[in-house]
Design a protein. Structure first.
Length: 328
């Protein structure tokens, strides 16, 4: 039986009509893009469930945490250190973007030539269709570009508690010191929000949790270089998206479980695609949002397979396919 989350969405102030329209479109797209794939690993059932409840059960979990006194912090970028958030007994979640929404209203606030990523983030806020954003006690923006720096000045008028973090764009001793100072300021802001002091012990424990999560997703990435590829690029990118939403320990366990299955598939020469399938490279600019399709869907519906991608979340390419002259 499907759970009705309408009252929860109303409490969060979502535009129910707009939100329903978004979920209907995304539900159809998910079926057409993901569930239509053949030879999927059984472990993808967990990620299918997460996405089916991404605005439902997961939001209820966050609301239950808030009711118990835990703070929710939303971020747009992996440069925001989850370790500090966890060490202060709070929860970090990725915020919605990655699809056009309320663009006419967005372009009344931002220049029309602002990049699509930034306009998408604003669209989800202005359209009131992102329960993660509406449930957050603090929104963290990061100045990774001039466009975001200017956009956050406007976003500060739309949300109650926006914290903006400056990030250096070069790697020197001076900029390393700047980044450390920014993280220390962020720690102080999180401590003020939560009323919890970050200690060496709590930070170490949080680092262990986040490192385990990163190790699991890195393990998944490494397994994709096998031939035949044991998992599609679409499904691997889906797991990378769930990275931003899910409970860290539960996510780590689920990714390691599917990696166990993939290792068995590799030994049995069972693949999501045929052996020797073409492996063209992919540059993926997707962000935490509805679906991480990027170029993957076009490539993989044509019979080729993506086994690695360049993206803003830092995944590199396992192996090049020299026949196509790309990083694959």
């Amino acid at each position: 039986m499907t759970t009705d989350y309408t009252s929860m969405w109303q409490e969060l102030g979502l535009d129910l009509a707009g939100h329903d329209a978004l979920l209907n479109v995304l539900g159809t797209a998910y079926t057409d893009i993901y569930l239509s794939q053949k030879n999927r690993p059984e472990g993808m059932g967990y990620f299918d469930f997460v996405m089916s409840e991404v605005h439902g059960l997961r939001i209820k979990e966050l609301m239950d945490e808030k009711a118990a006194g835990r703070k929710i912090i939303g971020s747009y970028c992996v440069f925001v250190p989850e370790e500090i958030v966890l060490a202060a007994n709070a929860t970090l979640v990725g915020l919605c973007s990655g699809a056009d929404f309320a663009m006419e209203k967005v372009e009344q606030l931002l220049p029309r030539n602002t990049c699509a990523l930034i306009k998408s983030s604003f669209g989800f806020k202005i359209g009131r269709v992102c329960p993660y954003l509406e449930s957050a006690d603090m929104i963290v923006g990061e100045n990774t570009c001039d466009g975001k720096k200017k956009a956050y000045e406007t976003l500060g008028h739309l949300v109650d508690n926006l914290y903006v973090m400056d990030l250096p764009q070069t790697k020197t001793d001076q900029t390393r010191d700047l980044l450390k100072a920014e993280y220390m300021k962020f720690k102080a802001a999180v401590e003020e929000l939560t009323g919890v002091t970050v200690t060496a012990e709590s930070l170490k424990a949080a680092i262990d949790v986040v490192n385990a999560k990163r190790a699991a997703i890195h393990r998944l990435s490494a397994l994709r270089k096998a031939d035949p590829a044991p998992i599609s690029g679409l499904d691997a990118l889906l797991a990378n998206q769930v990275f931003f939403y899910d409970n860290p320990a539960r996510f780590t366990e689920s990714v390691n479980k599917i990696c166990d299955e993939l290792e068995t598939r590799i030994q049995e020469k069972t693949g999501a695609f045929a052996a020797n399938a073409a492996r063209p490279g992919s540059w993926c600019r997707d962000v935490p949002g509805p679906f991480p399709t990027g170029n993957c869907m076009i490539v993989e519906t044509a019979g080729a397979v993506i086994v690695g991608e360049e993206s803003c979340v830092g995944n590199g390419a396992p192996e090049p396919d020299r026949r196509y002259g790309h990083r694959g």
